[in-house]
Design a protein. Structure first.
Length: 323
C-alpha cells in the first residue's frame, strides 16, 4: 500500500509539472509584423514575420492561392520553431496565409492575412534567392549545379564564374541564361582545385535588374594526410572509465579546413569489434575526452576529413582495455 501511495503521488507530481510547463495558448495574442494585411506588393519575395510567444514550441504556417475558401494550390504547409520566413513566389496574383502558435497542450486561433503581388515587372526591389551551392561551399566533385529561384518578371539571367575572385580569369565567361540553373562540368570547362567566384543577376527588358549576387566556392580533391594516434598506446590497460585520447594531425594547409574524428570500437560477445563511440570535431583539436566507458577491450583510431568531404586514411589502430 505504501508503495502504491508513493507511485500515485509521483504520477500526480509529474502530471502537475507537465501542465505547468505547457501554458494554454488560447488566450495569447499572436502579433504579426509583416506582411500587412491586404498588402499590394511589387516584390515577388515576401518576408513573413511575427512576434515570438515564449510559451509556444512552434508555429504552423500555411500559404495558398488565392484564398482558403477557394484554394487553387497549397504553396506551403509547414511547422517552424523560429519567427521569420522568407518566400519567393513565381506568379503574380492574390494569396492568403495563416499562422498559429502551438505547444503540446494547445494552440492559438489561426490568424489569416491576404496580400497581392501586382503586375509590375520592375526587378529593382526583388531579391534573387540562391538554392545551390550555399555560400562558401566546398566540394570534391567534378560537376556543380548552380541554381536559384526563378523570378516571374525576369527575361534572362547574367551568369559568370571566375578563378579566385572578381579580378580572376573567367572559367565561365558572362553568359545570358534563360533558365534558373547552370551546370559546371569538367567535361565542358575544366575547373581545378582552388577558390572560385561566381555571380548571377536577373534582368528584363523594362529594362530593370536585380542586385548582382556574388558568392565563392572551393574545389578540393586532395585527401588530408593520415593522422597518428598517440594515447592510449597499444595494449594500454586502464582502470578508469574516462579516457583522454590524443593524436598528431598532418594538415599541410593547402586545401580546405581539416577536422578529425575519433572512432572507439568495443569488443562484443562474439569477439568482434563494433563502433562504440564516434567523436566528430568541427574545430581544429588534437585531443578529446571520452567518459563513462565500461569494462572491456577496445580499439581506437583517428581519421581526418576536410570541408569538401575528402577523408584521410585511418591512423594505425591502437588497443586498450578497461578493467
Amino acid at each position: 500500500m505504501k508503495y502504491l501511495i508513493i507511485l500515485c503521488v509521483t504520477i500526480s507530481l509529474l502530471f502537475t509539472s507537465s501542465c505547468m510547463f505547457d501554458e494554454d495558448l488560447k488566450e495569447y495574442p499572436l502579433t504579426i509584423n509583416s506582411p500587412n494585411d491586404s498588402l499590394l506588393s511589387a516584390d515577388f519575395t515576401i518576408t513573413f514575420w511575427w512576434e515570438h510567444i515564449i510559451e509556444a514550441d512552434s508555429y504552423h504556417i500555411q500559404i495558398v492561392r488565392p484564398s482558403f475558401t477557394a484554394t487553387e494550390i497549397m504553396l506551403l504547409d509547414t511547422i517552424m520553431t523560429h519567427n521569420m520566413l522568407t518566400y519567393t513566389f513565381d506568379k503574380k496574383g492574390v494569396y492568403a496565409w495563416r499562422i498559429r502558435a502551438q505547444n503540446n497542450k494547445s494552440e492559438t486561433p489561426y490568424y489569416v492575412r491576404t496580400f497581392t503581388i501586382d503586375n509590375t515587372i520592375d526587378l529593382v526591389e526583388q531579391e534573387l534567392l540562391i538554392i545551390s551551392p550555399r555560400a562558401d561551399f566546398a566540394t570534391n566533385a567534378n560537376s556543380i549545379e548552380f541554381k536559384w529561384v526563378a523570378l516571374q518578371a525576369a527575361d534572362d539571367y547574367l551568369f559568370s564564374v571566375q578563378k579566385d575572385n572578381a579580378e580572376g580569369e573567367y572559367v565561365v565567361e558572362p553568359v545570358l541564361l534563360y533558365s534558373n540553373n547552370y551546370v559546371l562540368d569538367n567535361s565542358i570547362s575544366v575547373f581545378e582545385e582552388g577558390a572560385y567566384f561566381w555571380t548571377v543577376q536577373a534582368r528584363n527588358s523594362l529594362p530593370s535588374k536585380t542586385q548582382k549576387i556574388e558568392r565563392t566556392f572551393f574545389v578540393d580533391r586532395t585527401s588530408p594526410g593520415t593522422p597518428g594516434a598517440i594515447f592510449p598506446v597499444r595494449d594500454t590497460a586502464l582502470i578508469i572509465k574516462t579516457v583522454n585520447f590524443s593524436w598528431e594531425r598532418y594538415d599541410d594547409g593547402a586545401g580546405t579546413n581539416v577536422y578529425d574524428s575519433v572512432f572507439v570500437l568495443k569488443e562484443n560477445v562474439s569477439g568482434d569489434f563494433e563502433i562504440y563511440r564516434r567523436i566528430k570535431h568541427t574545430s581544429i583539436v588534437t585531443e578529446t575526452t571520452v567518459t563513462s566507458l565500461v569494462s572491456g577491450n577496445y580499439r581506437w583510431y583517428v581519421q581526418s576529413f576536410d570541408m569538401a568531404e575528402n577523408a584521410s586514411q585511418p591512423s594505425v589502430i591502437a588497443y586498450f582495455s578497461i578493467e
